[in-house]
Design a protein around this ligand. Structure first.
Ligand code: HEM
Length: 137
């Protein structure tokens, strides 16, 4: 395998993985600033496809790298854990958010607290995966 193919794949993987911080940051901003639930829910729904796209590219470029390099590491383990954590959390977020109507204030309040924790956890998982992947720690 020419080394340029590997370094190009690493660059693509790193480029798209870096953007994974943006959706949780934006969602946290909306969760802390938007008071009207209907508008908040719309904004989170709007961000979701971009989040899924970035996750898909990160996963596929990661799998390609894995097949080329074929070596396991702590950083790689953390990337997989982070990816799965974010993915499972997003499915749960979708299921929690979908049935909430505009008058169910108790469910809305519960969702907002849950979603704040979820996106903070996403950021933490992202930072751990990035830090271990780049061997910062
Ligand atoms: C939260 C998601 C992820 C982040 C933030 C992330 C980040 C990174 C970073 C920073 C690197 C090092 C890049 C370099 O040295 O230039 C890397 C490498 C790599 N990633 Fe990911 N990645 C993620 C998900 C994945 C997934 C889901 C897979 C595969 C299933 C994967 C497989 C790999 C492989 C094989 C390497 C190269 C080997 C290594 O450094 O251990 N990554 N990733």
């Amino acid at each position: 395998m020419p080394p340029s193919v590997i370094s190009d794949s690493l660059a693509v993987h790193l480029f798209f993985a870096s953007f994974l911080a943006l959706p949780p940051l934006l969602n946290l901003y909306f969760l802390f600033t938007e008071r009207r639930f209907v508008r908040l829910a719309k904004k989170i729904k709007l961000i979701a496809p971009a989040y899924y796209f970035l996750m898909a590219v990160t996963l596929f470029s990661g799998i390609i790298l894995l097949t080329m390099l074929g070596e396991l590491s702590l950083g790689l383990g953390m990337m997989v854990v982070a990816w799965l954590g974010i993915f499972i959390g997003e499915i749960k977020r979708h299921k929690l958010q979908k049935p909430i109507s505009s008058h169910e204030e108790e469910m809305q309040a519960h969702f907002v607290i849950w979603a704040k924790r979820k996106y903070l956890l996403d950021l933490l998982l992202f930072l751990l995966a990035l830090g271990l992947g780049l061997k910062f720690f």
